[in-house]
Write a protein that binds this ligand. Structure first.
Ligand code: 13P
Ligand code: SF4
Length: 297
């Protein structure tokens, strides 16, 4: 077992997702969506990465940077969707559908990534899938993101998984209409993990970084945001003159909120446990992740 040691701040790149608490975003070197964070991890020349996000993000960073020490500040911070597909399902479809690519959303365990042909994030999924030569696409685990991508690529045949983010998937057209009635004139911007009936109402559908970029460029003054409430921190700091509301008050990912400033401090005090991914799993998952970085440019 490795000896725990304090980490010098200058030796670490601190990455944070938009859903972690505001104070942690403020302490990070870089805040971004899943794709931007994975790229930053890969490009870093620091020996340590402290990834303020859920476990699949730390695993992906470790897979992409096997020689670095990678930490996530709360070892029990997991994405609820990360295991919502099975090896049996993947093997079955590979055996029955020809000319098939298994496309796996980055919100998945390293084990699922290792069984995949390519990984996608919400910001590059349409581009990556459009560049695949295979006609048939098995998209796991997120049925909502999969349906969103399928709608833009009618030339492909999609087989969708059954998984979803319980937090985004709980959004309904009815509650969004009620929020719109409370904030008339606000533009609706939603994450593609939301169900179809909600995406259909939106002015813009995209990743967290896409939502922020859209709001920044837009001439509108008010926005209703259909994603985790942590995103409001970056929206409000980048667009101080504009108003932002979430589609429901409790739009919160409890696992992302486990990444507290105290948990971050414990990593620097040497109390964190480095992320480890078994070598055989990491080698296979790295091929699929590298393919995303290549096709998603
Ligand atoms: P983004 O890649 O859009 O930041 O999404 C990550 C996520 O977990 C959404 O729920
Ligand atoms: Fe996973 Fe949903 Fe949390 Fe995103 S918001 S990390 S998809 S549980």
């Amino acid at each position: 077992m490795k000896e725990h040691h304090p980490i010098r701040r200058e030796d670490a790149l601190v990455l944070a997702h938009y859903y972690v608490p505001d104070a942690v975003q403020a302490a990070a070197d870089f805040v971004g969506d899943s794709f931007a964070l994975a790229r930053k991890a890969k490009e870093s020349d620091k020996p340590v990465i402290v990834f303020c996000g859920v476990s699949f993000m730390g695993e992906s960073a470790k897979i992409l940077c096997p020689d670095k020490e990678v930490y996530i500040p709360a070892a029990d911070a997991h994405c609820a969707m990360a295991e919502m597909a099975s090896e049996e399902e993947i093997l079955h479809i590979r055996a029955t559908v020809p000319d098939l690519a298994v496309v796996t959303y980055v919100n998945s365990s390293a084990r699922l990534k290792a069984l995949s042909d390519v990984i996608v994030t919400s910001s590059n999924a349409v581009k990556v899938v459009s560049r695949l030569k295979e006609k048939n696409i098995y998209f796991i685990p997120d049925k909502n993101l999969g349906a969103y991508v399928a709608a833009q690529l009618p030339e492909k045949k999609f087989y969708l998984g059954w998984g979803c983010c319980p937090i985004h998937n709980a959004t309904t057209a009815r509650e969004v209409r009620a929020a719109q009635a409370a904030h008339p004139g606000a533009l609706l911007l939603v994450h593609p993990e939301c169900p179809e009936e909600v995406r259909a109402l939106a002015a813009y559908v995209g990743s967290t970084a896409g939502i922020i970029a859209y709001a920044e460029k837009s001439g509108a003054a008010e926005f209703l945001v259909g994603t985790e409430a942590g995103t409001l921190y970056e929206l409000r700091s980048r667009c101080p003159g504009k108003k932002f509301y979430v589609t429901r008050e409790s739009f919160l990912c409890r696992d992302m909120k486990k990444i507290t400033p105290e948990a971050l401090a414990r990593v620097f005090a040497g109390e964190g446990t480095p992320v480890e991914v078994p070598a055989d799993v990491a080698a296979k998952a790295r091929v699929a992740l590298d393919r995303m970085l290549e096709l998603g440019q």
